[in-house]
Design a protein. Structure first.
Length: 207
């Protein structure tokens, strides 16, 4: 089974509609959604936003799990001005090398942006903060969960692929989510979902 993580249900709702034979999870993770993509079993989980929620939930998700690998996805904020709204970013510092360098993961052909992702403690609300984080981290984009997910995956020896879509920078998370959902329903969403479905359908990543 493959695990797919989003921070919030608002990020996963469109993807969950694509699952066949979907059903709610068991007693261990009652908020999870299980289903199939082209015959491949997947489980969708939500970590919540930020370190405290993410650390607690990822540990319960991975405890006693038998996932082949995990895909962490959702939105990210841009530190690099070259990133456009809707660009798809693969983290090369937090993804597991065996997935990142798999011959079946054709990032160039799918026009993904590959680079560093930095996890920050709060939403960046000013240009000065953005410049500071960009200078200090040398990252392309930021989120609030992936580093904690990567730590847990490493501890449990579960390969991780971090895949994010760049959302517009807004100070209010509610506004950000509304804007993000409009992006998620765009052609970029189709590309992202097609890519994830391709990975699941192949079932041949080198793990």
């Amino acid at each position: 089974m493959i695990a797919i993580l989003f921070a919030l249900p608002a990020e996963s709702s469109e993807f969950i509609r694509l699952l066949a034979r979907s059903a709610s999870g068991n007693g261990k993770c009652p908020e999870s959604i299980h289903g199939q993509i082209h015959g491949r079993s997947v489980a969708v989980f939500h970590t919540g936003v930020g370190e405290r929620s993410c650390r607690a939930r990822i540990e319960s998700i991975l405890r006693d799990s038998q996932f082949r690998y995990l895909i962490s996805t959702g939105f990210a904020g841009a530190l690099d001005h070259e990133l456009k709204v809707g660009d798809l970013v693969v983290s090369d510092n937090l993804s597991s090398p065996e997935l990142l360098h798999s011959p079946h993961l054709d990032l160039a052909a799918n026009r993904f942006v590959v680079g560093k992702l930095k996890t920050v403690p709060k939403i960046i609300s000013s240009e000065a903060e953005r410049v500071q984080w960009a200078t200090e981290s040398a990252a392309l984009a930021i989120d609030m969960e992936t580093e904690f997910i990567a730590e847990a995956c490493a501890a449990h020896k579960i390969p991780l692929l971090s895949l994010r879509v760049k959302a517009i920078r807004l100070r209010s998370r509610c506004l950000l989510l509304r804007r993000y959902c409009s992006i998620w329903r765009s052609r970029k969403r189709t590309l992202l979902y097609s890519f994830i479905i391709s990975l699941l359908t192949q079932g041949r990543l080198s793990v």
